[in-house]
Design a protein around this ligand. Sequence first.
Ligand code: ATP
Ligand code: MG
Length: 367
Amino acid sequence: MEGCVLVRYGEIALKSDQTRKWWNKILVENMKDCLKRNNISYSKIDIVLGRLIVYTKNPKEASLALKNVFGIKSLSPAIRIEADFELIKENSLGLAKNKGKKFRVSARRITKEFPMTSNEVNEILGAYLKERLDLDVSLLNYDFEIGVELLEGNAYLFTERVEAFGGLPLGVQGEAICLISSGIDSPVAAWLLMKRGCKVDFLHFKITEEGYQKYLRIKERLQKFSYGHEIKDYIIDGVPYLSNTKKKLCNKGKEKWVCIFCKRRFLQEAERICNEKGYLAIITGENLGQVASQTLKNLTLLDSTVKVSVLKPVLAYDKQEIIDIARIINTYDISKEKEPKCPFTPLYPMTTGSVEELENIEKMLWD
Ligand code: ATP
Ligand code: MG
């Protein structure tokens, strides 16, 4: 009998053999990084048909840590034994003790060499446990479940299933840079792209010290999802540019434009870093209509600033949907902490700017 974690993956299963091999390799590397960072020892990780098996003396702890590795759909702390029905009965008996009254057995043959069908295992093992422990079988309303997965001559027994986030292994889609603030939206945007397989680094404009300190803590939380990649960050002091630009805009009676110039600067700096370091895209936490400046017109106007793709994964989410994710990923409590308002925001920001106007003002400013 050996302690292990049974790891089930999601979309990787749909890929061609070649892609699956490549993605599995990255997934295993990311899992190793996760176990190492969480100080969980393990002896090996096996790639078997449709599953990954982590051999460890701490399957429960390992499952809870590995849940944050993208590409994994669910995990079960398990024991591995030889696929022999007598052994399965004996070990299930141990697992079923003190777990409640109503139970069910859910067997699954991943490979088909075991002589009984899944239904036969469910029925015969169910009847055996019922009798030996004086339990009730209840298929829908049960206190616990005995899971049995049969695979290549082994049986994996478990009673728990930890749901993970799915997605794709971090790294299979290349690298992107996220414009990240201390607010609610951009950390969620970064997380969503990590979940789809991007290694994400951060660009933060420091405008207030409080915002910057919040950002640093958010980064730490997001590192807990970035296994296989140490998040790198670029910090730019935003104050000199903003105070100078605001002064100039005010002098020309164009104060309304400050936010557009500010966001434009963010994108220009992000593009410069993309070109220097090879990032494939910029990510922002922009959302349609959430604040006055986030009109479709402004968003497209801003996109015209750069040639690199600007990905906005939370563009179409409702605020509550973004908050729900922020809570799950543990950034919400930091993001919602009060901080001083941006000292450069005008009373009435521009909502309907056009590219021509923007270019004219820009010329005017630097003449
Ligand atoms: P967030 O919740 O992410 O702060 P928001 O709803 O407050 O977004 P804005 O303030 O208009 O919206 O910011 C839009 C986007 O610009 C942010 O999602 C983020 O990608 C980027 N951004 C804003 N402030 C900063 C900053 N200080 N440094 C880097 N990027 C920023
Ligand atoms: Mg913000």
